[in-house]
Design a protein around this ligand. Sequence first.
Ligand code: DGY
Length: 421
Amino acid sequence: MTDERILSARATLRANDRGGYTVPNPRIYPFQWNWDSAFVAMGFGTFDESRAFDEIDLLLKGQWDNGLVPHIVFHAPAENYFPGPSVWGTNQATPSSGITQSPVLASAARRLWDVCADRPAAEARLARIYPGLVRYHDWWANTRDPQGTGLVTTLHPWETGGDNSPAWDTPLARVPMDTVTPIVRKDDKVVDPAMRPRAQDYQRYIHLVDTFRATGWDPAKMLAVSPFRVADIGTNAILLRAERDLLALAGRFGTPAGREAIAARIPRMAAAIGRQWDAARRHFFSRDLVDDAPIRVATSGGFLPLWAGATTAAQAAGLDASLARWLRHVAFAVPSTDPEDPLYEPRRYWRGPIWSVVNWMIAEGFAANGFAATAARIRADTRALVTRNGFWEYFDPRDGAGLGGPDFSWTAAIDLLLTPD
Ligand code: DGY
C-alpha cells in the first residue's frame, strides 16, 4: 500500500507540474530550472516513468544550438520572477537564461535507465535524449575548459546553484555593483529577506548578466570578460559524475568515437579535482581562477567529490572526519557551510542551511565509499526534516525549521528517492 507520505510527495510534484515540466515552487520560481528538473525527473521516475522523461525533454527543448542547456527555461510568461526573459535577452526560440547550472542531467537520465520498469519505452526515450546530453557535455568541455585543464569555469554564482555561498564572497567582491538593468526583486517579497541573498549580491548578479548580454552571449567573450571566474568544486564533481553516467549511457546509445571522447575527459577531470584537496583542512575547496588560488571556505559542495568517484580512501576518511566535526555544532546534517566558519549563517540561503538534494548526493557518495553509517545518518536527517516540517526549500541545521519556499519540488523528489522499499 502506498503510504500518506509518498502520496504527499507525489502530489507536490503533480501540483507543480505545468504540463511536462515542473516549477520548483510557483510563488518564487515559476519556470523550469536546470538542476531542479534533473532531481524532479528522478523523483517522477519512482512512479511515472513517462512523465520523468518529459521533464528532460522539455529542459532540452531550451537547449541552444551551441549545446548550452540554460539554467532557466521560460516556457510560459510569469510576472513574479526577476530577472525574467527580457533582462536576459537571449533571443532563443524557447526563451531562456544565457548561463547554465550544475549538470546533474546525465546522472538523472542514467538513473532512469537503471531503475526503469518499462525498458523498451525508456530506451526509446533515452535514444532521443542522448544526443542532447552529449552536446551539453561537449559545450562544457569546449567553452568552459577550452585549455583542457580538467576543471570547468563557472561565470556566475547562479551557475553553481549556491548563489550567495560565502565561498563566493571574495571572487564576487571584484564584480562592480552598477547595473544597466534596474533591479526589481520579487523573491524578497515572498520569502523573508533574512533568508535570501542581500541587495549588494543582486547588484553584482545583475551586473554579470548585463556584461554577458553585451557580448551577445558569445561563450568565448563571456569567458574572457567575466570578472567572476571560479572552478566550483560542487559543479566540477557533479560534472565528473555526469560524465561517468554519460559514458555508461554511451555504451548503449553512443558510437565508439563518442565513447572515446567522453572516456578521455574523465581521468583529466578526476586528477584536477584531486588537486583541490587540502590535507590539513581535510576538505576539497573551490578555486578562484582570477587569482588562481584555492578558496578556503569549506562548503557542502566540498563533499561532492565522493559522489563523483574522485576521492582516495584517505580523502574519503578525511571527509568523514570533517563531517563528524561539523555535526558536533548542529542537530541535522549537512549544513551548506562549515558551522565553525565565521561566515556561516544557518538561515540565509546558501550560507548555512541544509538542502535535500545536496544531502542526497553526499549520502550516495559516502555509501559508495564504504561509509554506510554516515550515509544512513544523512539520509535519516533528510527524511526527519521533512517529517517535522514538510517539503521546504531548505532547512535550519540547528532546529530543522523549514526555510525559503514550502511545497518545493526537489525536496519532494528527494523524499521519494529516500523512501525505504
Ligand atoms: C534565484 O533566482 O534565486 C535562483 O537561484 C537563480 O537561479
